[in-house]
Design a protein around this ligand. Structure first.
Ligand code: A3P
Length: 293
């Protein structure tokens, strides 16, 4: 499969095959007040965020040991708006999703439908160190194509020019970051590295933001640790549904979404001059904003 990148409205680069889906989603999606939209840059921890959000929001509906997460593809529980739902439909039937609905998207903030921006539905954004994101994406593409990774230098050159799915990454993260500062009750901004460093605190903050905070009783009973374990890399990677299932609609295997789940794996691939170059670009583009801890 060859990916043709196209530039929409000087805003972002997308895979040619999903332009119509992005446009249909943007034109037709009607958000409900109770919706939660998980907005991420690809390969930044979307799958992890789907597991955490689904589990936190549904913990009074399903006991954790009976969570559908044990048996159902995460990408079915929390589908992508542009890849799954709007890929071949201008108006997909969303009636099977009961409120509060949780959807995912990689679409940048500037292209979100008005009904998301203007309603009181909530957005959770997760971003990741662009060096790790780049390596994760480069290897993901190879895995999904069952091929050796493409030429690293070429892929890296494109990434430095912002030419990646839904790139440039710095525009994507910066717009969501600014919106999260302006509307902290609407947009919750998370970093993959923070999830790795202190998952318990992130679960608590996420639950607060989503309007379903953990009670003192739940904290005492160890519910935070249980959520963390249920959504952990090792646990999800070893589920039968991950080993054998395929992500809804696009046919990619569930196992492709879980590789190593580490911070700093880029060091095993990028030369010092490559990392310095990309770090410099990121620093210039994001200085004083997203990169602040
Ligand atoms: P690596 O390729 O660095 O391992 P996305 O879900 O946005 O496609 O991102 C995929 C990246 O998140 C992959 O990174 C994957 O291994 C990691 N990931 C997926 N699930 C995870 C989890 N539960 N915990 C930590 N990392 C996870």
């Amino acid at each position: 499969m060859v990916f043709i990148f196209m530039n929409i409205m000087d805003l972002l680069w997308v895979q040619g095959t999903c332009i119509n889906a992005v446009i249909s989603f943007q034109k037709h999606f009607q958000a409900q007040e109770s919706d939660v939209i998980l907005a991420t840059y690809p390969k930044s921890g979307t799958t992890w965020l789907k597991a955490l959000t689904f589990t936190i929001m549904n913990r009074s509906r399903f006991e954790l040991q009976n969570s559908p997460l044990h048996t159902t593809t995460l990408h079915q529980l929390v589908p992508f708006l542009e890849f799954d739902l709007y890929l071949n439909h201008q108006s997909p039937n969303l009636e099977c999703f009961s409120a509060p609905r949780i959807f995912a998207t990689h679409v940048p903030h500037a292209l979100l439908p008005g009904s998301i921006l203007n309603s009181s539905c909530r957005i959770v954004y997760v971003c990741r160190n662009p060096l790790d994101q780049f390596i994760s994406e480069w290897l993901f593409i190879a895995r999904t194509q069952d091929k050796e990774p493409s030429d690293l230098a070429e892929a890296f050159e494109r990434a430095c020019n912002g030419i990646q799915f839904f790139g440039p990454i710095w525009e994507h993260a910066l717009c969501y970051w600014k919106a999260s500062i302006e509307q902290p009750d609407k947009i919750f901004f998370l970093k993959y590295e923070d999830l790795k460093e202190d998952i318990a605190s992130c679960i608590n903050r996420l639950a607060d933001f989503l309007g379903c905070p953990l009670s003192e009783e739940e904290v005492t009973q160890g519910v935070v640790e249980e959520i963390s374990k249920l959504c952990s890399f090792d646990y999800i990677k070893n589920l039968e549904v991950t080993k054998t299932g395929r992500a809804y609609a696009n046919g990619v295997k569930n196992s492709h979404y879980l590789r190593k789940g580490e911070v700093g794996d880029w060091k095993n691939y990028l030369t010092p001059s490559m990392s310095e170059r990309l770090e410099k670009i990121i620093e210039e583009k994001l200085a004083g904003s997203v990169t602040k801890s």
